[in-house]
Write a protein that binds this ligand. Structure first.
Ligand SMILES: [Zn+2]
Length: 381
């Protein structure tokens, strides 16, 4: 992985290269960035740069023996640790290294969802277990084989249980020339003891234009299609790339049809509609719901008189304007909250039929009967 293959993040890349060239590499660093910001890819590119035998001012060379091994994630001084779904108690990251290489090389903007698909472990809880912590200590206590540095990249330390404390000593008193890179998404979920011992590198989400331009340049999308996906993805390139493979244009019609059925309180027609949603598959459902949330947000902007901030293609804008005649801001917010809640449950594998039927009933209450949920109580408007 070279820096040039990572979208945006110019300031971070420069800062990382400077730390190498000025010889002040901190031995334990925490790359903290939201999903789709490229934090894992940056950590790998940084390690590759550090180990490169012919460093260029802007990037690693990409062709030396070290870089070639790095591109395949096969360098003997590069180690990975990540959450997995243990089938046996002595399973470690090494058990899944083949799948890991395959997943990262195909998806440098890896998410836990994508990783789960590679492990074929739909409903299991991901975790970094104690056997893995012992493995990390063992790996880091060896001398580097070929490079000056030995690097361990630990993806998602959020999944370290209390057992993670076993790593404190090695973070605090590392072997010389050892680099420990943690790549995390949620600062709140990391053991404080680990947080306080690492140097924090905050990685921001990508900007709207960075995502849009990338989709146009690398994926031959039209400006309009790229704009739509960039907008929906909210700076999350992982999501944007998933959406590329799906029909986001279809979401608009589907979503508006759904609201129309709910507004008309058409019980009999809602059932087959719910079936159709239930069959879409989890990723599609999540994107559909996310589309719904963004569309409702645009309606709110229109209702609040901030039409100049609205980002919708002409036809969708027209529908949004019509929606503002049948819905007020509290109703829109209530629908949006229901969609968010549904998204949360889809992610956790709730039964989609029950879920979509339930949210349909909630939307009927909100749109047709104008009752806004207040906790579990429904208070007439
Ligand atoms: Zn190189």
């Amino acid at each position: 992985m070279q820096f040039k293959d990572i979208v945006g993040q110019a300031a971070i890349k420069q800062r990382l290269m400077n730390s190498v060239n000025e010889n002040r590499v901190s031995h334990a660093q925490l790359f903290l960035g939201p999903e789709g910001s490229g934090s894992l890819a940056l950590a790998v590119a940084y390690a590759q740069y550090l180990s490169c035998e012919d460093k260029q001012p802007e990037d690693s060379c990409g062709v030396c023996s070290s870089c070639r091994k790095y591109q395949k994630l096969m360098h003997p001084d590069l180690h990975f640790s990540y959450p997995f779904f243990a089938k046996h108690k002595d399973d470690t990251s090494l058990t899944f290294i083949e799948q890991w290489r395959e997943a990262f090389i195909a998806h440098p903007y890896l998410s836990l969802d994508i990783w789960r698909d590679y492990l074929d472990a739909e409903n299991k809880q991901a975790n970094i277990n104690i056997a893995e912590c012992h493995q990390i200590i063992k790996k880091l206590s060896l001398k580097p084989f070929e490079s000056t540095y030995k690097v361990l990249i630990l993806w998602l330390p959020e999944y370290l249980d209390k057992e993670g404390n076993a790593l404190l000593k090695i973070i605090e008193e590392p072997q010389p020339n050892t680099l420990f890179l943690l790549v995390a998404q949620n600062q709140d979920q990391i053991l404080n003891t680990i947080l306080s011992r690492t140097q924090l590198i905050k990685i921001p989400s990508l900007g709207y234009n960075e995502v849009k331009d990338h989709l146009v340049e690398k994926y031959n999308q039209t400006e309009d299609a790229a704009a739509q996906i960039a907008y929906l993805s909210n700076g999350n390139l992982t999501d944007a790339l998933i959406m590329l493979q799906q029909d986001t244009k279809g979401y608009h019609k589907l979503f508006v049809d759904w609201l129309r059925l709910c507004f008309g309180n058409k019980g009999l027609e809602i059932l087959p509609f719910v079936d159709q949603l239930a069959k879409m598959g989890r990723e599609n459902q999540k994107n559909f719901l996310r589309y719904g949330v963004s569309f409702i947000r645009e309606c709110c902007l229109l209702m609040a008189g901030a039409g100049n901030l609205v980002h919708l293609p002409a036809q969708e804008l027209e529908t949004a304007q019509k929606m503002t005649n049948v819905m007020n801001i509290p109703q829109a917010q209530a629908i949006s909250a229901e969609l968010e809640k549904t998204h949360y449950h889809v992610e956790r594998n709730a039964n989609p039929k029950i879920l979509f039927l339930d949210v349909s009933l909630q939307i009927i209450k909100i749109l047709k009967f104008k009752t806004i949920p207040q906790g579990t109580q429904y208070i007439p408007n």
